[in-house]
Design a protein around this ligand. Structure first.
Ligand code: ADP
Ligand code: MG
Length: 407
């Protein structure tokens, strides 16, 4: 192998551009299978060579490295010793898949204990190879990163005044204070947002800085820009000057959400409907869209239209329709039964009118669920929050390889 090829292989890998892979295989069939897979998949400059273990040693000693190393141990009498020898010349972080002809559970276990990702017994099919490669490399990393990413819940009111901000604030409180989860609450009503006010907090300039400087978004910048509302609960809010009302076209929202979901289990967006239309990327990023309406006819119409929009922008998002009653019953109200019937699905919750609790909350600078904990409205909101409770962790399924080896 040429020195330049070695240099290329040694360049730091960029997972997004595909996996870098080196394979040293003793037989032509496996080599052809892997070459075919490499053509189909977007692997970065794969090196697929003959020669098995010895060749691997030579390349690695020359300074070559890759994300994934596949090495054929079938021609060595001491596979375990060979793998341990490889470890000395391998870059830390390289995942190794070994192939061999010995079908022995004890050997398999020892190899896994010595740190290899997988051991496949030859002959190996393209499927076996692919599964082992996916498992050992980026696909697994990507899948676990995806699983670790926080959930984005966008709360959108069918109309102003239906209680969307109240719902967002109380949900954020319940999830962080009662369920112990890390929550970021983002007030996307940039001009008239009221979440900071509801919590008796000053907005400051932090969020404005974030919106104006998307390229600076990183964990530290966001921490400084956020307002600490309570333990495990941060808030982003701003009071943009009305006289200079501007449209945010800075592209800050996507990187903001990407960063927030890394560090928070829940990212709650109080998303005014006008903002949802102006910045479709916000609703598109939602895992859950919580559409809030009251019993007015216009609210019923617009909650349905927002549901259609959500389906278009975020087809994978779970949509929950919530009925909130910010006013005492009025004669113009749509009868609740008719409301649910027209929606065509049961409401995800029904928060009763509770003037006393709402007044207590406003007076105390705290969410309703904190100051009127056992009010009927708080109970309805708590029930809703339980719908977002963390799923129980499942134990990792048994590794498939052992099963394959044992059959
Ligand atoms: N279930 C309720 N009972 C009594 N008052 C409510 C209820 N929900 C909301 N409110 C009050 O209605 C007003 C509007 O609520 P808000 O959350 O700001 O609406 P939106 O964000 O949809 O414009 C607020 O004063 C709030 O306290
Ligand atoms: Mg609001």
């Amino acid at each position: 192998m040429s020195a330049s090829a070695v240099r290329k292989l040694s360049e730091p890998s960029d997972a997004a551009e595909g996996l870098s892979l080196m394979a040293f295989l003793a037989d032509d069939v496996t080599r052809q299978t892997l070459s075919r897979l490499a053509g189909e998949r977007n692997w970065r400059e794969p090196v697929i060579e003959g020669g098995g273990l010895e060749a691997a040693h030579r390349y690695l000693a020359d300074g070559a490295s890759s994300d994934l190393l596949i090495v054929d141990l079938s021609e060595t009498s001491d596979p375990l010793g060979a793998i341990n020898g490889l470890a000395d010349v391998c870059e830390p972080g390289t995942r190794v898949i070994a192939l061999g002809t010995t079908n022995d559970v004890k050997l398999f276990r020892s190899l896994i204990e010595s740190g290899i990702a997988d051991y496949l017994v030859k002959p190996v099919s393209a499927d076996d190879l692919l599964r082992a490669i996916d498992h050992a490399s980026g696909v697994r990393a990507a899948a676990s990163a995806e699983a670790a990413r926080g959930q984005i819940i966008a709360v959108v009111g069918a109309r102003g005044g239906v209680g969307a901000s109240t719902v967002a604030l109380n949900l954020a409180w319940l999830l962080s204070q009662e369920q112990g989860r890390k929550v970021a609450l983002v007030d996307l009503d940039l001009h008239f947002g009221s979440l900071a006010l509801s919590l008796d907090l000053e907005t400051g300039n932090g969020f404005r800085d974030v919106l104006q400087n998307p390229s600076r978004i990183d964990p530290l910048f966001l921490e400084r820009a956020s307002i600490r509302a309570a333990e495990r609960l941060i808030l982003f809010g701003t009071e943009e000057p009305l006289a200079t009302a501007r449209h945010w076209d800075s592209g800050a929202f996507k990187p903001l959400l990407a960063e927030l979901t890394k560090a928070h289990e829940i990212v709650l967006l109080d998303l005014p409907r006008a903002m949802a239309l102006e910045h479709p990327e916000l609703l598109a990023a939602a895992d859950v869209a919580l559409l809030v309406g009251d019993l007015s006819l216009s609210s019923l119409r617009d909650i349905l239209r927002l549901k259609t929009l959500t389906r278009e922008l975020a087809p994978k998002a779970r949509t929950t329709l919530l009925l909130n009653r910010p006013r005492p019953p009025g004669k113009n109200d749509v009868p609740p039964a008719e409301f649910a019937k027209t929606l065509g699905e049961p409401v995800g919750g029904d928060v009763p009118y509770d003037a006393k609790a709402a007044a207590q909350a406003a007076g105390g600078g705290k969410p309703l669920v904190a100051v009127a904990k056992s009010s009927k409205a708080a109970q309805a909101l708590r029930k809703l929050a339980l719908g977002f409770a963390a799923p129980k962790k499942r134990s990792t399924p048994r590794r498939g390889l052992l099963a394959r080896l044992l059959k």
